[in-house]
Design a protein around this ligand. Structure first.
Ligand SMILES: Cc1cc2nc3c(=O)[nH]c(=O)nc-3n(C[C@H](O)[C@H](O)[C@H](O)COP(=O)(O)OP(=O)(O)OC[C@H]3O[C@@H](n4cnc5c(N)ncnc54)[C@H](O)[C@@H]3O)c2cc1C
Ligand code: FES
Length: 255
């Protein structure tokens, strides 16, 4: 699909907690059909220190309202600046970039796993899978109950299971400790979050013969295969996370 460079208008900038917020943008042109897992390169205006665009996943799309949502965590100067954007201001993005999660075989039992801000691409993926007749289950991991976000929206997609590291909500511990991982058998798992978590999930899937896709959040500069700063080592050689990914089947990755 052709990449577009477009100005979007901020419809809403909603704080979810100390460091997470949702930007809802509306386009001047009709938003094209996007795929779950794709991302945008977002321009940070008026900041010479952050002249490189920042990669942000498509969190949700509403074609009727012509809106895209980003779920963003403040990590440094660029995302901090995004958190200050006000309704009516403009945001320039290059999109859609990257590949996407694949559609599993009909009747596949699917689990979506997200940790922290890594849940970002899973909302769009979950809604997309539901629209295709699947009933994905969702396992989300957070540090504590105050960090839980968008529970009700995920619950509208399918059954939601929670873990918190301190046990303040859901099961205590890490995602891979959750009962659903021990008691259910899934055919297909899609995962996004901290690399250690994705590696643990990949190990679990390998042991249990489950097809597993992860979305990698490597540092990126260009976002379209020119600078080679996002290279990942795979069984097919070195690949660029920005164009060959960010979604990879874990069988491909040399982790
Ligand atoms: C394909 C892709 C999709 C992404 N989707 C989202 C998303 O939906 N929401 C979101 O909040 N973030 C997302 N990220 C991460 C986001 O791009 C970075 O957090 C952001 O670029 C940091 O910019 P900054 O100027 O605020 O911080 P910087 O000052 O550039 O960095 C602050 C700290 O964050 C680290 N960092 C910077 N970039 C990344 C990165 N790509 N991954 C991990 N750590 C990084 C730096 O090493 C540094 O320690 C995504 C990254 C990729 C590659
Ligand atoms: S970010 Fe430049 S090649 Fe991937």
């Amino acid at each position: 699909m052709a990449k577009r460079k477009e100005d979007f208008i901020i419809k809403e900038n909603r704080r979810l907690n100390n460091d997470l917020f949702i930007l809802e943008l509306t386009g001047n042109n009709q938003i094209p059909s996007l795929k779950p897992g794709q991302f945008a390169q977002v321009k940070i205006e008026g900041s010479p220190e952050t002249f490189l665009r920042r990669p942000i996943s498509i969190h949700d799309v509403d074609y009727e309202r012509n809106t895209i949502r980003f779920l963003v965590q403040i990590a440094g100067k660029g995302t901090e600046r995004l958190s200050k954007l006000k309704q009516g201001e403009t945001l320039n993005i290059i999109y859609p970039l990257g590949n996407s999660f694949t559609l599993p075989p009909e009747n596949a039992k699917i689990l979506l796993i997200g940790g922290g801000c890594g849940v970002a691409p899973l909302m769009f993926l979950g809604k997309y899978l539901k629209s295709k007749g699947f009933r994905p289950e969702i396992l989300l991991g957070f540090r504590n109950s105050d960090r839980i976000i968008e529970y009700d929206e995920y619950a509208g997609i399918g059954p939601v299971y929670l873990t918190t590291e301190d046990g303040s909500k859901g099961e205590k511990g890490f995602i891979t400790d959750h009962t659903v991982m021990k008691e259910s058998h899934f055919d297909h798992i899609c995962c996004c979050g901290p690399e250690l978590m994705m590696k643990a999930v990949a190990g679990y899937c390998s042991k249990n013969d489950i097809n597993c896709e992860v979305s990698l959040e490597h540092l990126m500069a260009c976002g379209f295969g020119v600078c080679l700063c996002c290279v990942v080592n795979t069984v097919n050689g070195n690949l660029c996370t920005c164009i060959d990914g960010p979604v990879f089947n874990t069988k491909e990755l040399k982790w």
